[in-house]
Every structure is written in structure tokens, then in C-alpha cells.
Write a protein that binds this ligand. Structure first.
Ligand SMILES: [Zn+2]
Length: 278
């Protein structure tokens, strides 16, 4: 079974956890660490004959168009993570529309086709920001992957039905492919990536993917280039945010390699059956 692997392409200094140290106006001044993570990821995918979806921030595509090109050349999907990594509740409906338009222009300028998939910053698509689905559909996207069906203080829709589903919007239908969760003890547990991927034992992630496979449900995993960069500068963050950001960075690559050896991974649009013939 083909599972979906995705990467949210952003710099370590654009992560919500470290936002207090890096305001948006400072981003252009901070040295980029993108190459370290992107080289590691593209290398691992190539070694294992796997494909993935890269949700680029428009800000990144604008400054590093060569990475968009390299992803496309290697047969990966390039999708949109918005322009400036702002939370949906901060952007509002019109702000999201503008942010997405700016990101699309940067992706197109970097040589990518019009993106068909979208992922909001920090999974901020919740019941409170559900209006975003209308914006995403109106802008002509085929699918969204911004819902995390878990209980979390900052995001998530804990009662969202895990797995691929159809969302009816005022602007037409949209496919939602939420990040994978595992149902146990009456609730959904995060097994799909990010901090949880580094926190939980690798065997647990693999068991979850195997479990989903057995039920005929493709997994949707996500990681970030900065999670493959143990040498990134250490900046002051609150105890909990710092713990989550820096935990087990050296384990991300071997864990990903193991997953790629054990399971078959492709792009989001391949798994959703939306991929155009190559
Ligand atoms: Zn992000």
C-alpha cells in the first residue's frame, strides 16, 4: 500500500515554537539552514526510491527557487504551505486569500505547476477557522491537509473523523487528508510526525503505519527540514517549546530511513489518486 509522506518546507526560525525569538521582519537577516535538511531528505528519498509532497512556504520558494526545482526534478510534488507561516486566525478570510495568492505566485515563478494541495501553518485549521475550507476550494485546490484530529492546546479537531474524507464547501468539494492518528483509549493519538515522531519510539510509528495499512487506510506523515538538522543554532525558548523543538533531532533521519525501507511512500496526490500521468 502506498502511504503519503510530506514535508513542510520552512526554516527553523519560522516555527511557531520559536516565534518569540524571530519576528517576521528579522527572517531575511538570519542565515539559512535549509540546505542541511533538504539534502538529508532528498538523499533518503532517492536511496529508497520514494516520493513525497513538499509543502513550501512561499517565502522559501521566493528565496530558494532551486529547491523547488530539485524537488520537481526528482519527481516529488510541490504544494503550498502559504506565504508567511501565519496562523489562520491571525490572517482571517481575506488575509488567507492574499497569503495563498502570494505563495502561489512564488511557486509558479520557481517553475512549479499551480499547487493542488494546501497545508495551513501549524495545523490552525480548526472548527473556529473552518471558513478556510471555502478559501482553499475557491482558489482551485484539490485537497487540503491542515486538519490534525487530536486534542492539543493550540490546534486540532479531536472529533474529526481520521482518514481521507470529502469536505463540502460553499465553493465546491475539497478532499481532506488529515495527518494520521492512532485510536486508543477512546481518543486519537498523534503518530503522524513532527515532534511526536521524534518523541515516540520509532517502533511505535511503524506499528501505527502497519495498523493503518491492515485497515486499508493510507498513512499521512509529515516532517520538516529543520528536524534533520541537529547542528542548528540553539535559541532560547520556553521549557516546553524548547523541549519539543530540539528533542531527538539526530534520530529523525535514521527513523525516516527505516520507515522508507519498511513501507512504500508516495506523494499526497498519488495516494489520493489525483496525480497526473508522468
Ligand atoms: Zn509549518
Amino acid at each position: 500500500m502506498l502511504h503519503a509522506l510530506s514535508f513542510d518546507v520552512e526554516e527553523y526560525f519560522q516555527v511557531a515554537n520559536l516565534r518569540p525569538s524571530f519576528c517576521e521582519a528579522s527572517w531575511g537577516e538570519v542565515p539559512s539552514r535549509l540546505d542541511v535538511g533538504m539534502e538529508a531528505i532528498l538523499g533518503a528519498l532517492e536511496r529508497n526510491g520514494a516520493r513525497a509532497t513538499f509543502f513550501f512556504l512561499g517565502w522559501i520558494a521566493d528565496r530558494h527557487p532551486a529547491w523547488v526545482e530539485r524537488c520537481l526534478e526528482a519527481g516529488h510534488e510541490v504544494a503550498s504551505h502559504g506565504w508567511r507561516h501565519a496562523f489562520l486566525q491571525t490572517l482571517g478570510q481575506e488575509g488567507l486569500d492574499e497569503d495563498m495568492a502570494k505563495a502561489e505566485a512564488a511557486l509558479l515563478a520557481a517553475g512549479a505547476p499551480k499547487p493542488r494541495g494546501f497545508r495551513a501553518s501549524t495545523f490552525t485549521l480548526t472548527r473556529d477557522t473552518w471558513w478556510a475550507m471555502d478559501v482553499i476550494a475557491k482558489r482551485g485546490y484539490s485537497y487540503d491537509s491542515s486538519v490534525h484530529p487530536i486534542q492539543h492546546p493550540a490546534y486540532g479537531i479531536p472529533d474529526f473523523e481520521p482518514g481521507i474524507s470529502n469536505v463540502e464547501t460553499a465553493e465546491g468539494d475539497l478532499t481532506e487528508f488529515p495527518v494520521s492518528t492512532w485510536r486508543a483509549l477512546g481518543r486519537n493519538w498523534p503518530v503522524g510526525g513532527g515532534g511526536y515522531f521524534r518523541m515516540l519510539p520509532g517502533a511505535l510509528t511503524r506499528a501505527a503505519v502497519r495498523g493503518l495499512e491492515r485497515r486499508g487506510a493510507p498513512a499521512c506523515l509529515y516532517l520538516h527540514p529543520w528536524e534533520f538538522d541537529p547542528g542548528q543554532p540553539r535559541v532560547k525558548a520556553g521549557p516546553s517549546a524548547g523541549f519539543r523543538h530540539y528533542l531527538n533531532l539526530h534520530k529523525t533521519l535514521p527513523r525516516l530511513e527505516r520507515l522508507l525501507q519498511e513501507f512504500q511512500f508516495g506523494t499526497m496526490e498519488e495516494v489520493l489518486g489525483l496525480a497526473l500521468p508522468r
